[in-house]
Write a protein that binds this ligand. Structure first.
Ligand code: ADP
Ligand code: MG
Length: 237
């Protein structure tokens, strides 16, 4: 039955045209996403999509790289978490498959927020998720991260794990998310992000989100995304 749901999901996504169908949908329930994710969203009271969610999730579900720009508070977290969860669901990733998605965020506080939303809406999905930030014992983390399907963390600590943790296999990575890319760069994380990207298979999907546009963000997008769809909802786009 699960196999059947996945097949019909795959078909719906193939038939889904963001340019045509995307314009007429408003609720998460209208998206070609799994029942599990829809249930998680519903229980967290997420029903109607925000603008950036409407415009980007449709495109991300098709597998394209996306560079999304929208001001703080516009709902960027779900704009990337829903496609991440769906990519793993459709690839039938379980806890035995190792690292399948990475979510990079500039601060510990933001990473914690993302992780909390992920565990809430991903409640009915079968992957494992871990939070990796500074301020915790790195050795303790190392024992757990090698088993995680989704890691959420800060650039410094994620790159440290990719460099140092034995058994960190990135060959199965499906999606990389660079959240608050503008802030990551302002905080001086360019080197760490480049190092992370260097560890990952080029076949992955990359989603980059930012509150503001800048030459630095465009440079990062050029280096880490492939033929990205650029989607903005703020006035300066
Ligand atoms: P951003 O990352 O763009 O600053 P967030 O993802 O942190 O924005 O979302 C801002 C707030 O909006 C959060 O409190 C979040 O729970 C809420 N929110 C996001 N998407 C929705 C939605 N579709 N429906 C209702 N509330 C939402
Ligand atoms: Mg955010």
């Amino acid at each position: 039955q699960e196999e059947e749901e996945l097949q019909s999901l795959e078909k719906r996504i193939q038939e889904f045209d963001p340019a045509v169908d995307g314009a007429s949908i408003s609720d998460f329930a209208n998206l070609p996403i799994s029942k599990a994710t829809l249930q998680g969203l519903k229980e967290a009271n997420f029903v109607t999509m925000t603008d950036i969610q409407k415009k980007t999730i449709c495109v991300s579900l098709k597998g394209d790289d996306v560079m999304g720009t929208a001001k703080t508070g516009s709902g960027k977290t779900l704009a990337f978490l829903v496609p991440v969860i769906e990519a793993l669901t459709r690839a039938q990733i379980t806890e035995f498959d190792g690292l399948a998605a990475l979510v990079i965020s500039p601060t510990r506080e933001l990473a914690v927020q993302i992780f909390e939303v992920l565990t809430k809406i991903g409640k009915y999905n079968s992957f494992s998720a871990g939070l990796v930030t500074g301020g915790k014992e790195v050795q303790f983390e190392k024992e757990r991260v090698a088993r995680m399907n989704i890691l959420v963390g800060t650039p410094g600590r994620i790159s440290q794990h990719l460099n140092e943790t034995v058994g960190m296999d990135t060959s199965n990575l499906q999606v990389l998310v660079l959240d608050e890319a503008d802030r990551c760069l302002d905080m001086g994380f360019k080197k760490q992000i480049d190092s992370i990207v260097g560890h990952l298979p080029p076949t992955r999907q990359t989603l980059l989100f930012s509150a503001t546009q800048s030459d630095n963000v465009s440079d990062l997008a050029r280096l880490s995304l492939t033929n990205p769809k650029r989607i903005g909802v703020s006035a300066d786009n």
